[in-house]
Design a protein around this ligand. Structure first.
Ligand SMILES: O=C(O)c1cc(=O)[nH]c(=O)n1[C@@H]1O[C@H](COP(=O)(O)O)[C@@H](O)[C@H]1O
Length: 274
């Protein structure tokens, strides 16, 4: 089963465009787990169980595990998601990007070690840094295109003088992902919810690829404008919220609070489809 097939099935089954981001920070855990990096798995598994019927995808961010030497807990979590939420695809947020031979190793890490359905990648080093991921049958890859952070415009907002029409770099990336780079039909693009006008532009240039859209919740992106700009009947959007869901409460009720916030966000996104 391909990543895109799984994504479409989860979109239907959970009536959702919401991606639950898993960015575990022990210092923000509720009292009984607070500060304890050995409980990262426990914390994340409970968030997964509380939101498995509300999400189109789960997105663990690898740095939050690696920083605490908790890669083994990430492996456990990936296994937990496959077992307890097999209908929800996983996107490993690793933002990798390196020469082909090293990319081959990163692809094995993402798809074989962690068993992710998709991964986030930086396209900065060009097609031969992306191609090794496309060799893994059915696996997805989201290329950073117009990221949610203010500094995203430093490079992504520069015009490419040598390219026809002098597009912005992010526009060029969108065209490549829709066309010549999309060898396995499983490429997607990352566009920040903080820039709805750019989401609309990317959607115009890449009408059928899935868009991973972080930036609602803690970063203050406009959820309604995001859906209007990016959602199309035949092209899914995956709108990520991490901290606003994981830390909806710092008390013992954190699972219920995460569920409430996930449901509220999912319903708001759904309603914005009009
Ligand atoms: O690729 C990403 O997921 C990503 C791209 C981007 O442009 N902006 C962005 O915030 N992210 C990630 O999305 C998550 C956002 O977290 P919250 O701001 O807490 O919802 C983090 O894990 C970021 O690393």
């Amino acid at each position: 089963m391909t990543f895109l097939y799984k994504l479409r099935a989860a979109e239907q089954q959970n009536a959702s465009m919401l991606c639950v981001g898993l960015d575990p920070e022990p210092s923000r855990f509720p009292a009984q787990l607070k500060g304890d990096a050995s409980r990262i798995y426990d914390f994340c598994a409970r968030i997964v169980d509380a939101t498995a019927d509300l999400a189109i995808a789960f997105k663990p961010q690898i740095a939050y595990f690696a920083a605490h030497r908790a890669e083994n807990q990430l492996e456990q979590l990936m296994e937990h998601m496959r077992r307890n939420a097999p209908h929800v695809p996983t996107i490993l947020d690793a933002k990798r990007g390196d020469i082909g031979s090293t990319a081959e190793q990163y692809a094995i890490e993402a798809f074989e070690r962690y068993g992710a359905d998709a991964v986030t990648l930086s396209p900065f080093m060009g097609f031969d840094s992306v191609e090794p991921y496309l060799r893994h049958a059915g696996k997805g890859a989201f290329l950073l295109c117009r990221t949610s952070n203010p500094g995203g415009s430093d490079l992504q907002g520069q015009r490419l003088a040598g390219v026809q029409g002098e597009p912005f770099l992010y526009e060029h990336i969108a065209r490549l992902a829709q066309g010549p780079w999309n060898l396995n039909g499983q490429l997607g693009l990352v566009v920040g919810a903080t820039y709805p006008a750019e989401i609309e532009r990317v959607r115009a240039l890449a009408p059928t690829v899935p868009l991973l859209i972080p930036g609602v919740g803690a970063q203050g992106g406009d959820a309604v404008a995001t859906v209007r700009a990016g959602w199309r009947q035949d092209a899914p959007i995956v709108v990520n919220s991490s901290r606003a869901i994981c830390y909806a409460s710092s008390g013992d009720d954190y699972e219920e609070a995460a569920r409430r916030e996930a449901r509220r966000t999912r319903d708001m996104l759904h309603a914005a489809r009009g």
